[in-house]
Design a protein around this ligand. Structure first.
Ligand SMILES: [Fe+2]
Ligand SMILES: [Fe+2]
Length: 162
C-alpha cells in the first residue's frame, strides 16, 4: 500500500509543502520565537471557531477573532517599533488590511446583512493568507527578535510528528 504521510520530523531547511493551508496548527509552523509561536497557535484556535460558527455563535466568534487580531498584530508592531525593525511598514500594512476586512464583516453582521456563511468565508481567507504572511513577514521578525536577545539565528524545536 502506498504510504503518503508526511515525514515524522522536519528540518528548518527542508522545503515546505506547496499547499500549506491546513486548518490546524502544527509545530511545522513554529518560527523560533516563543511568544510569537504561542500567538500563532492561538490564531488557529480562534479562526477554527470562526470557521465552525453558526447563527448563535457568529457574533462571539467574530469578536473573539477581532480581539485576537488586535492583540496579535499590535504586539508584532510594538516589537518592530521598539526595536527599530527595518521594513516594518509593509508588515503593518498587511495587518491593517486584515483588520479592515474583519471590521467590514463585523459591520455587515451587526446590520443583519451577513451571517455565518460570510464568516466561514472570512475564516477560509484567513487560513489561506496566514502561511504566506508568516513565511515572509513574521519569520523575519522572529529571526530579528531572537538575534537581539541571543545573538544568533532562531532554533526551532519540534515534536516528532508535530
Ligand atoms: Fe503573526
Ligand atoms: Fe504579522
Amino acid at each position: 500500500m502506498a504510504h503518503t504521510a508526511a515525514p515524522a520530523t522536519q528540518h528548518l531547511a527542508a522545503p515546505r509543502p506547496a499547499a500549506d493551508d491546513s486548518l490546524l496548527w502544527s509545530d511545522a509552523r513554529k518560527l523560533g520565537y516563543a511568544p510569537l509561536d504561542a500567538t500563532h497557535r492561538e490564531f488557529y484556535t480562534v479562526v477554527l471557531h470562526l470557521l465552525a460558527c453558526d447563527a448563535a455563535t457568529a457574533a462571539a466568534a467574530l469578536a473573539a477573532f477581532e480581539a485576537h487580531a488586535v492583540a496579535h498584530f499590535g504586539q508584532e508592531e510594538a516589537w518592530m517599533r521598539d526595536t527599530a525593525f527595518p521594513a516594518a511598514g509593509c508588515h503593518a500594512d498587511e495587518h491593517a488590511a486584515v483588520l479592515a476586512s474583519v471590521h467590514e464583516v463585523q459591520a455587515l453582521l451587526a446590520d443583519g446583512r451577513a451571517g455565518p456563511p460570510l464568516l466561514h468565508s472570512l475564516a477560509e481567507h484567513l487560513l489561506a493568507w496566514f502561511p504566506g504572511h508568516a513565511d515572509h513577514m513574521d519569520s523575519a521578525l522572529a529571526g530579528w527578535m531572537v538575534k537581539r536577545s541571543h545573538g544568533g539565528a532562531p532554533v526551532v524545536l519540534r515534536r516528532r510528528g508535530g
